[in-house]
Design a binder for this molecule. Structure first.
Ligand code: SF4
Length: 1005
């Protein structure tokens, strides 16, 4: 692309040059317009979606002679309105980058170099490697808890990836994995936002961001906690600024360090890493004590008045039902409701009657005093008081925005649960300018999660069967007939005529997981180290950079037979055998590299953080011999199927029967049709979820996307600019799952009779004359003709079994009249209410509990591989390390460290320390220092700043240090990887690691 360094700096707002020229009298707009016109003459225009964070900004590209000549922000995108951040614009370098892999490559066992091979050879080697690993690790039966189960799965082959590829490619990958019986499958969400779906889901029923980016302008208070929005989601900040401009909205930033986001905020509050629950628990306590919460909303829309069982207990850090030997809550019955004769939760008239959810909540958080906040978080009492008052006194719509500062903890799910409680108490869910903005950080990590590229899920957030749910009937008992319908549609789409009522509509072709073993991205390398995982297929992810405790990853890879990497650059994982200091001849893993093309070179759809699905057009031609991922997937699957074509074994039937009928000239839209859904007899597409049947008459690969391509056409291509109600919804721009509902739970914006609560800002309402729900958004109701006086018209949170929001995440199954489960609500495994526990590596004791079992989350199992997972203690590692991304580099840096302009802006990693710590250690700005943890050590430069400040914690001065993590030994800019230091202790709900808090030491190098 013809973009000079100067152009780049100007376009990203990093230079004052344009301003200076204008002040000399030059008419810059005219000069720029003329230059652009000349440059773009004869060029073909195309639109796509940015490939970094999940804001999902629209881009416009221009192609001449099959090459990209210009990339800029799309003005019609409601998210970025023509702007792009430094990364988004910088990507324009990638299609023409000389660093791109252009040929398939092979690294033989023990070899110290790559050899170029043909595509045919590469695909053949990859298919054989996958088949061999599958067979080597095949388990037809398994004894679990003393009983033998048919499990029909492989423990020898694993899949990682999905957040960098398009939706249709995600779907191909999950179909391949499931047909092969692979259960060790994961994507980038595991290390960034795995904690979001179970946390939001436990409260609201769905696990996704509630409101659109452009709706942020309607808010009056923006509460950003655990996110450096300004650097990591810059266009999210653009929408925040729109709210400030329109409403004078206050911006509050709560974080472990002062950042560029703090700089634009009105208020900044610092907490020690890993202690947010104490701070938020105090705010909840203050709301309940002062009575300043939305009583009407709590009564109408939440389980606040529901009665709990009287045998529910919480004692010195442990809820009832804890098994210390298993480090788990093995009996969670006591976390349930007092049920009436009809099996439904009983409700009290008075919110604070004994044993109501609200009275339990009040009692539970009474321990979260100002004194506790000061001792544990290090925040001064007067600051905590002011923060609580800002939250409590605001009675207009407020939003909470968060990212990895909240998720990457061993209490990550419970961190986010605190947000749900704060928002439900305030009546801030289901209305414009409110809700919870869970900011995803990878371009398609939302969809790779939607598509169930995870060990524990199937597409559409359907739980993967385990030994506890090995048949469709048992699975339905656990998760309900409501979700059974979507499961049946999925397996019907996968197995077609072979999906019959006799085999549970194809359920019986699927693998059964061992429910006692989480098969996550961490288990893949641990089990490889133990010798049972033999091959990994990796698509657009770089775990040798992005996992915690990288030594574990490296040493696991060394023990695999084969590694297959599909990417646009040869990254650190692909070349792990060539890590500086390693001897390649001692590493016997073969590596097959499949060169994929960049996002600008292929078509398909992508889903951003707000669930908006947008179409990407193809721009330039793929560079060299690189290919779109969907074509590589197609070649790979057809070769694997070929290898099994003569098999007569039952275990290979899913491979032979898995549907794969996509035409070459309309490949992507054919895949879309299968995902969206159709009538099996006629092939007619469905228009939405409501048309899916539960008896095999329809098939839909993933129910939540039903309707994204429909009888009306490909809705993801729409670019309509209408915004009825001026809310920021833009219903005709792309398509939002589910059913194009932009503000989730919007029934909660109405009174019980269906009239809008806020008459000046209506969102949806019951139209009595027409006999249906209607409004500016698609109403979030199960049946649009079920009036507000019917049970179906009174479920603001219809995806929960109770139909209401859950302040207390009780165990609950809603039953059909025949006694079968209709729907089951989900409850975190570590408790129905968020409780504070220290990080696994902590500089202090847990001031809330004396119980040793409750020093850190009592459900965390760590270390899992003792010889590879040492724990550091404060005497040797006195400082708290937190790590994150920065504006100029992104994730593992695979792409950004190959963009020269971004390397020029920030070229190497560093550690930020306070002036006080620098003085104590006699370190000056720019000195080389050795940062070490119990797991590894790196040498980087010190950045000494005033913004880093020590805190007083439990009476002792405590120092926090910070490091960005995007450097490794590949790419144009190289540097030591921070993740050799970080700890792979995991949240027990999800197996997400504690990146945000571990212990380190620092000495001058
Ligand atoms: S804000 Fe995110 S999606 Fe938008 S241009 Fe920047 S990196 Fe790309």
């Amino acid at each position: 692309m013809n973009l000079s360094r100067r152009d780049f700096l100007k376009a990203t707002g990093l230079s004052g040059i344009g301003l200076a020229m204008a002040s000399l009298g030059l008419d810059m707009p005219k000069v720029k317009a003329a230059a652009k016109e000349f440059k773009l003459k004869g060029a073909r225009e195309f639109t796509s979606i940015c490939h970094f964070c999940a804001c999902g900004c629209g881009v416009i590209g221009y192609v001449k002679d099959d090459k990209l000549v210009q990339l800029e922000g799309a003005v019609d995108s409601p998210i970025n309105r023509g702007a792009l951040c430094s990364k988004g614009l910088g990507y324009g370098h990638i299609p023409n980058s000389k660093e791109r892999a252009q040929k398939p490559l092979y690294r033989a066992p023990g070899s110290d170099h790559w050899e170029e091979i043909s595509w045919e050879e590469a695909i053949d080697k990859a298919a054989h490697a996958m088949k061999n690993a599958r067979e080597k690790g095949w388990k037809q039966t398994e004894e679990i808890d003393g009983k033998t189960y048919e499990v029909r799965r492989t423990d020898g082959l694993s899949f990682i990836g999905g957040s960098q590829i398009n939706n249709e490619e995600c779907y191909q990958n999950i179909k391949m994995a499931r047909a092969l019986g692979v259960v060790y499958i994961d994507n980038q969400t595991r290390v960034c936002h795995a904690n979001t779906p179970p946390a939001l889901g436990a409260a609201f029923g769905r696990g996704a961001m509630t409101n659109p980016w452009a709706d942020i302008k309607n808010t009056h208070l923006i509460w950003i906690e655990g996110s450096n929005l300004a650097e990591c989601h810059p266009m999210g900040l653009k929408n925040v600024m729109a709210a400030r401009e329109k409403n004078g909205s206050k911006i509050v930033h709560v974080d472990t360090r002062f950042t560029r986001t703090s700089k634009v905020a009105d208020e900044f509050f610092q907490v020690r890493p890993g202690t947010d629950i104490v701070f938020m628990g105090y705010i909840i306590h203050e709301m309940l004590e002062s009575g300043k919460f939305n009583k009407e909303y709590v009564l109408q829309n939440t389980n606040g008045a529901c009665l709990l069982r009287d045998d529910f207990k919480f004692d010195d850090g442990l809820f009832s039902g804890y098994d210390a030997e298993k480090k788990a809550y093995t009996n969670t019955e006591t976390w349930g409701y007092a049920l009436g004769a009809d099996g439904k939760p009983q409700k009290a008239k008075d919110l604070f009657a004994p044993n109501t959810v609200m009275s339990r909540l009040k009692e539970f958080y009474s321990r979260y005093t100002l004194e506790m906040v000061e001792n544990i978080t290090g925040m001064k009492a007067e600051d905590a008081k002011r923060a609580a008052s800002i939250w409590i006194e605001n009675d207009k719509p407020a939003i909470i925005m968060y990212a990895l500062g909240m998720t990457q903890h061993t209490v990550g799910v419970q961190n986010i649960r605190c947000f749900t409680i704060m928002q439900l108490l305030k009546g801030n869910v289901g209305i414009p300018g409110a809700g919870i903005i869970a900011m995803r950080g990878q371009p398609n990590v939302q969809a790779s999660t939607d598509f169930g590229i995870e060990f524990n899920m199937q597409p559409g957030y359907l739980v993967h069967p385990t030994h506890k749910t090995p048949t469709l009937e048992k699975w339905t008992e656990a998760f309900g007939t409501f979700r059974r319908k979507w499961y049946v549609n999925m397996t019907k789409a996968w197995f077609g005529e072979h999906a019959t009522p006799e085999n549970g509509y194809g359920f019986d072709y699927g693998a059964i997981r061992n429910g006692n073993h989480p098969d996550s991205i961490y288990a893949i390398f641990e089990d490889a180290w133990k010798g049972t995982m033999h091959a990994l297929y990796l698509c657009g992810q770089n775990p040798q950079m992005t996992n915690a405790n990288l030594t574990m990853v490296h040493d696991g890879l060394c023990k695999m037979d084969s590694l297959i990497v599909q990417d646009i650059f040869v990254n650190e994982t692909a070349e792990f055998w060539n890590r500086p200091g390693d001897n390649p001849s001692e590493i016997q893993t073969e590596v097959i590299f499949l060169p994929a093309c960049s996002y600008l070179e292929r078509e398909g759809t992508i889903t951003n953080s707000m669930r908006l699905i947008q179409w990407r057009m193809q721009g330039p031609k793929p560079v060299g011999d690189s290919k779109p991922d969907y074509i590589i997937n197609d070649m790979l699957w057809k070769r694997i199927r070929e290898l099994y074509k003569d098999s007569t074994e039952k275990k290979d039937e899913p491979i032979k029967y898995m549907s794969w009928n996509y035409s070459q000239d309309n490949y992507i839209e054919d895949v879309m049709k299968e995902i969206s859904g159709y009538n099996v007899a006629t092939g007619e597409l469905v228009n939405g979820i409501g048309e899916l049947k539960d008896n095999g008459e329809t098939a839909s690969g993933m129910w939540i996307y039903a309707g994204y391509i429909s009888r009306e056409g490909n809705r993801t291509k729409r670019r309509g600019q209408e915004d009825p109600g001026d809310i920021g919804i833009f219903p005709q721009f792309g398509w939002v799952w589910p059913d194009n509902i932009h503000i989730l739970y919007n029934r909660a914006s109405c009174n019980p009779d269906g009239t809008p609560k806020d008459k000046e800002h209506p969102l949806v309402w019951w139209d009595a004359a027409a006999g249906k729900w209607t409004g500016y958004d698609v109403p979030d109701v199960g049946n649009r003709t079920a009036g507000p006086d019917t049970p179906d018209g009174q479920k603001p949170f219809r995806m929960n079994g109770e139909g209401i929001g859950r302040l207390f995440a009780a165990t609950y199954k809603d039953k059909n009249p025949d006694g079968m489960t209709r729907d089951a609500s989900s409850t975190p495994v570590d408790g129905p209410l968020p409780e504070f526990y220290e990080p696994v590596e902590s500089p202090t004791h847990n001031a809330l509990h004396k119980n040793e079992l409750a020093q850190f989350n009592p459900c965390v199992k760590y270390p899992r591989v003792p010889e590879k997972q040492p724990l550091g203690t404060k005497d040797k590692f006195p400082y708290v390390l937190t790590s994150s991304g920065i504006a100029e580099h992104w994730c593992s840096g695979t792409v950004t460290r190959n963009i020269p302009w971004l390397n020029e802006l920030v070229k190497e990693p560093f550690v930020e320390i306070s002036e006080q710590l620098a003085k104590k250690l006699s370190i000056k700005e720019g000195d080389k220092v050795k940062v070490s943890s119990a797991r590894g050590a790196v040498v980087v430069k010190a950045m000494v700043t005033k913004r880093a400040q020590p805190l007083t914690v439990n009476g002792e001065e405590t120092h926090m240090v910070w490091m960005p993590y995007s450097w490794g030994f590949k790419g144009l800019a190289k540097g030591p990887s921070t993740n050799y230091l970080t700890i792979d202790a995991l949240d027990p709900n999800t197996q997400e690691q504690e990146f945000k808090a571990c212990l380190v030491n620092i000495v001058k190098a």
